[in-house]
Design a protein around this ligand. Structure first.
Ligand code: KG4
Ligand code: ZN
Length: 340
């Protein structure tokens, strides 16, 4: 018998993902997103997300099996995100995954969503260089992690955002600047025409004595709102491109500064950046520049693996199966606020 084939399911937020991995190799990767359905609300609506998962679950799994040229009977294990995430959304994925595992008569593995984000990189760049520092930056997370052994040791949670996630900050400020949702890509585009030194936005939690690995982005949103308001009160046109460029600079500066500080403090030679915000051109440029001058290897998986997907959950499942980990009982529950 060859290496086991693992089907991974992700449904913690607005993406329904199914992926298939065997021996660290990606065989299938399918994602359906309900992002467009949330656009007019300016953010993810939990009820809509849960319904969308129900709608997409079977077609997405079907497509993943087709992509791999496999039948359900050829799957050796099912891995599924149990948390953290939106409870209704998680429940749809977990129920579906249990049914598949039961029908196929194979073990089920519960996976922590953030472990999935970390493992995503292995599908592109091979085994995880451990220890490594991982920066997860998306609309839902801003976390700095120290990974010593992904499947055998708990991930060390170095820091998190105290308020908004970095992507959320981009989305909210884009709205203030009159740019479309999702705001991150819109700010990135607008910033190309702007001057990143035009506005001195704050660099939250970077003073001596501040928690070196905690983030805070809600103050940036307030600062951007005040800046826009100032222009309006003076009857001036808002220089949107400059605002976008300066905001992007502030976010990229804080993210990369703290990630590099973690690498230095824990004597780690590899930084991995994942999540939707890893697409940001300034975050990438600053990370590349700062890693290069510190002699640190930077790994950023391709965007389709950076954002929420089932392949990354299959990647963790594959590592768990191969390490001989215990499967989850079929009565396993979701853990919406799962700690690391
Ligand atoms: O990982 P992701 O697709 O979904 C989750 O949040 O789980 O990340 C989406 C977030 C959104 O907030 C979006 O605005 C942001 O990533 N984003 C970007 C860029 N592309 C996506 N932020 C800044 N610059 C970008 N180019
Ligand atoms: Zn995520």
């Amino acid at each position: 018998m060859g290496a086991p084939v693992v089907l991974g399911i992700e449904s913690s937020c607005d993406e329904t993902g199914a992926g298939i991995v065997r021996d660290g190799k990606l065989l299938a990767h399918v994602v359906a997103s309900s992002m467009d359905e949330h656009a007019r609300f300016g953010g993810v609506v939990p009820e809509i997300a849960a319904r969308a998962h129900l709608h997409s679950f079977n077609p997405v799994v079907r497509q993943a099996l087709d992509q791999a040229g496999m039948r359900l009977s050829q799957i050796d294990a099912v891995a599924v995100t149990t948390g953290p995430g939106l409870s209704g959304a998680l429940q749809v994925g977990l129920s579906g995954a249990k049914t598949l595992a039961y029908a196929a008569g194979v073990p089920l593995y519960g996976v922590h969503h953030l472990a999935g984000h970390v493992a995503a990189d292995t599908l592109e760049h091979g085994p995880l260089p451990e220890p490594c520092v991982v920066l997860i930056v998306s609309g839902g997370h801003t976390s700095l992690l120290l990974v010593r052994d992904l499947v055998r040791e708990p991930i060390l949670h170095l820091g998190d955002t105290l308020d908004d996630a970095a992507g959320e900050c981009f989305d909210k400020v884009a709205r203030i600047l009159g740019l479309p949702y999702p705001g991150g890509p819109a700010i990135d585009r607008a910033a190309r025409e702007g001057d990143r030194r035009a506005v001195a936005f704050p660099r939250p939690l970077t003073r001596p004595g501040d928690d070196p690995y905690a983030f805070s982005f809600s103050g940036l949103k307030t600062a951007a709102a005040r800046w826009v308001e100032g222009h309006r009160l003076r009857g001036e046109e808002v220089p949107v491109a400059d605002g976008a460029a300066a905001l992007q600079e502030a976010v990229a500066d804080v993210l990369t500064r703290k990630a590099l500080a973690a690498c230095r403090a824990y004597d780690v030679r590899t930084l991995i950046v994942v999540g939707g915000v890893a697409a940001n051109s300034r975050v990438r440029a600053l990370a590349e520049k700062r890693c290069a001058s510190a002699g640190i290897e930077l790994r950023v998986p391709p965007m389709t693996l950076c954002t929420d997907n089932g392949a990354m959950i299959a990647a963790v499942g594959d590592l768990l199966v191969r390490s001989g980990a215990e499967p989850a009982p079929l009565d396993v529950s979701i853990d919406p606020s799962a700690p690391l």
